[in-house]
Design a protein around this ligand. Structure first.
Ligand code: GLU
Length: 434
């Protein structure tokens, strides 16, 4: 697979962070060692018949990181920069994410090197089905359960579920989550990642006594998670002053009407500074900014909701927001962490802030296995309960140990992971000393 240089070493960076964190946790060295190695990696070539009759071969992979706490779980991304190193890091983060929120899963991730925007709908369907056909022996409702991630969506999950069901010759909705509702998806899964981050921010609001209208928010990335967190905050009176997508960003001191931005982005397929009433949109004053400028804005909350490695050693010093809520996976490098911590920036880390998606995936899987479906309000209530409880556990740990929020989240996750690994026996047990 192609390995873009900026992604080289991202897994090593993730492991470095684990080593640093383990200094604050009581963990058997064998448990720590186990977590540094992905359990299994599947690499595939996917032949796809294109609309013009030609054959194209796409490269894909699926990494299962650790399954001590349960079947592995994590999304599938379709992106031109996918590399095995990146997917290994993303799978590793999923293990910790599931442990932070206490859901009974290990971590996995997968991806295909492709720009889906250049493919027709039929080509995307053939690619999705082809990828699932190649993964069918590797995934399964009790082994490894994929879900959507960057540039994949509910429709793709539905095709993959159908393909898997054909292969195993039985209806198998619980093999994948994030499906369309009529195909066994869960109510509340669509906005779950953004909603989980929103519940974290609501806890901070309660702890810090904020007035939403005095809080300015900048959101980098206007895909599923970015749109939903922005719209929930906007509905509560927060001032969303900047948003961006892969093409660049817009800034408006007074704040944007977020539903209008979402309407324009999802109809015209690009970000526009507009105010819409019904389908009628008019332009509003706004500055055009770059993605880099957005990260350095004078705002109270910065939400990176795009790709990894956005806040780096190069720009961390210029981040002005006192609070960063990581809705993307891995938006801050470990070197940048140190700079943000020295500046006193409170970072709500990805493994906590974006755990709402996988939490509602767990609800979807549970509903599929029960064959009994919940009301949306039940999904929201259960999600809020988990996010608030685990946010507060991490926040209290941060204060008790005088550590940053990311380290606290890792320590919290490690205690669950370590107790599961240690329950299977470690050297000290077999030597009869433990
Ligand atoms: N791709 C999402 C994540 O990174 C969701 C994973 C899932 O639902 O399994 O958390």
């Amino acid at each position: 697979m192609t390995k873009p240089s900026d992604h080289d070493g991202i897994f090593a960076d993730a492991v470095r962070r684990l080593d640093a964190t383990s200094l604050h946790a009581t963990i058997d060295p064998e448990a720590l060692e186990k977590l540094k190695h992905p359990k299994a990696i599947l690499q595939v070539s996917i032949p796809v018949r294109m609309d013009d009759g030609s054959l194209r071969i796409f490269q894909g992979c699926r990494v299962r990181h650790d399954d001590t706490r349960g079947p592995t779980k994590g999304g599938l991304r379709f992106h031109p920069d996918v590399s095995i190193d990146e997917v290994k890091a993303l799978a590793f983060w999923m293990t910790f994410k599931c442990a932070v929120v206490g859901i009974p899963y290990g971590g996995a991730k997968g991806g295909v090197v492709v720009n889906p925007k250049e493919l027709s709908r039929l080509e995307v369907e053939r690619l999705s089905r082809g990828f699932m056909a190649q993964m069918a022996d590797f995934v399964g409702p009790e082994t490894d359960i994929p879900a959507p991630d960057v540039y994949t969506n509910a429709m793709i999950m539905g095709w993959m579920m159908d393909e898997y069901s054909k292969i195993v010759r039985r209806h198998s909705p619980s093999v994948i989550t994030g499906k369309p509702i009529p195909l066994g998806g869960s109510l509340g899964r669509d906005d779950a990642t953004g909603r989980g981050a929103y519940y974290c921010i609501k806890e901070l609001e309660r702890l810090e006594g904020w007035k939403p209208k005095e809080v300015r928010v900048a959101v980098q990335g206007f895909g599923n998670a970015g749109q939903h967190v922005a719209s929930l905050l906007h509905a509560d009176g927060y001032r969303v002053v900047a948003v961006s997508d892969s093409q660049g960003g817009i800034y408006r001191e007074e704040g944007f009407d977020v539903p209008s931005l979402i309407h324009a982005k999802n109809t015209a397929r690009r970000l526009q500074a507009v105010y819409c009433r019904d389908a009628l949109c008019e332009a509003v004053d706004a500055d055009v900014i770059t993605n880099e400028q957005l990260l350095e804005l004078d705002v109270e909350i910065l939400i990176p909701a795009a790709l990894e490695s956005q806040i780096t050693i190069e720009n961390a010093e210029r981040v002005r927001a006192p609070i960063v809520v990581e809705v993307a996976n891995g938006p801050t490098t470990s070197a940048a962490d140190a700079v943000l911590n020295d500046k006193g920036v409170l970072v709500v880390p990805d493994i906590l802030a974006n755990a709402g998606g996988v939490t509602v995936s767990y609800f979807e899987w549970t509903q599929n296995r029960q064959g009994f479906y919940w009301k949306e309000s039940e999904v929201h209530d259960r999600l809020r309960e988990i996010m608030s409880r685990e946010f507060n556990a991490v926040y209290d740990l941060k204060n008790a140990k005088q550590i940053d929020m990311r380290t606290a989240a890792y320590v919290h996750a490690l205690s669950r992971l370590a107790s599961a690994i240690e329950a299977q026996g470690t050297k000290s047990y077999y030597e009869g000393v433990g």
